[in-house]
Design a protein. Structure first.
Length: 368
């Protein structure tokens, strides 16, 4: 009897199977082919589905019927699309323009796209820059106070410093203005002019030696986050020697800069040789700086913490420091630190140091 019941159940189930198959087949046949085809699977299809209506199929941002009132980014402009790291792109694509101080007309797709899809989309957008010589923003690390960055920038930087001396030597302050301008795919020109305030033997002020410089990226690898640059500076004796505002001779200063990232930490180094050109009383000096630090988040306005070792020949100091982006776009930033002598301290003084930075090619705030 049990076998009979089992046999009846199996027969009933087998009779139903063809009906189920017919039903599924009927639903599949009635499903519009376009519904399946419209699901983007490749990076090109994702770009066409979510980006092309504003940024154009060719990435220029020029469409026949504009869908936004602000001008979309031109992805074919390498000077615009290469300086920022992937983390900034991921943030904006996932959460929308306002999270980075950009237009609210840039929506976020974090609910629709996975992290892998966003990364693939960024890689596809990068291909609109047709000149591979441009170093990518993954090797554009946060600027330390003393160590020169290897990545070329368009920036204006104001660097104040205040030294605390003793009763005999007094103290002094320096405000140095630096203008940096990119040229070509990998080059940068810069000029710096320090203004010194001395309190030695009475108060005095004056222009220190002006420096002209240029650097060039020798190697950059975005995947392994490594960058190496070389450059040279020429220090012009525009200061007044008897007021400790400058030297007596022009100095040639070749240097090498390097940077790389390990996990969330970045390491940046600088090695420079300062060689006087004519005055035999001036001595050649070796300058070396090493910075290690990390950004506390992926936001352009993030806090950064770090520490530097700063050396000139046999003198060595350490500079713990903090950095903060002042705007959501990161176009304005500031840093503060204290330079503490640790080797040959009798020839150095503690300094309060910092900078105010402006990336003048980037928007300080979103367009209304």
């Amino acid at each position: 009897m049990n076998l009979g019941v089992a046999s009846t159940s199996l027969t009933t189930y087998s009779d139903r199977v063809p009906n189920v198959v017919r039903l599924v087949t009927f639903v599949v046949i009635l499903t519009p082919v376009g519904v399946i085809a419209q699901i983007p699977s490749t990076s090109h299809e994702m770009y066409t589905a979510w980006c092309a209506s504003c940024h154009a199929e060719n990435g220029t941002g020029q469409v026949d019927v504009p869908t936004v009132t602000v001008e979309p980014m031109d992805f074919t402009d390498c000077s615009v699309t290469t300086p920022e790291p992937d983390a900034d792109w991921e943030l904006v694509i996932a959460q929308g323009g306002p999270v980075a101080g950009l237009s609210s007309q840039m929506p976020g797709y974090g609910d629709s796209l996975s992290g892998g899809q966003i990364h693939a989309l960024i890689s596809y957008i990068r291909t609109f820059c047709s000149e591979p010589a441009w170093p990518l923003g993954n090797v554009n690390f946060s600027r330390p106070i003393f160590t020169e960055k290897a990545f070329p920038e368009n920036e204006v930087v104001i660097l104040p410093s205040v030294s605390h001396g003793d009763e005999e030597n007094g103290g002094q302050g320096v405000i140095k203005a630096v203008y940096e301008r990119r040229f070509g795919t990998r080059g940068q020109f810069e000029i710096s002019a320090p203004w010194r305030i001395n309190t030695v033997g009475g108060r005095s002020t004056g222009l220190n030696d002006v420096t002209l410089g240029a650097k060039y990226v020798l190697h950059a690898n975005s995947a392994s986050t490594r960058i190496l640059s070389g450059g040279v500076e020429v220090k012009i004796p525009t200061g007044t020697k008897n007021q400790s505002d400058g030297g007596n001779t022009t100095a040639l200063e070749p240097y090498l800069l390097a940077g790389f990232a390990v996990s969330d930490f970045s390491l940046q180094t600088e090695l420079k040789i300062e060689m006087p050109m004519s005055d035999v009383t001036e001595v050649t000096e070796v300058v070396y700086n090493v910075y290690g630090g990390r950004d506390l988040s992926g936001l352009p306005s993030t806090w950064s913490i770090g520490i530097e070792l700063n050396g000139v020949d046999d003198r060595l100091a350490v500079t713990p420091q903090l950095r903060k982006g002042l705007t959501k776009t990161g176009a304005l930033a500031t840093a503060w630190g204290v330079r503490i002598p640790i080797v040959n301290r009798q020839h150095q003084h503690t300094q309060w140091v910092g900078y105010l930075l402006w990336e003048y090619r980037d928007p300080v705030r979103a367009a209304p």
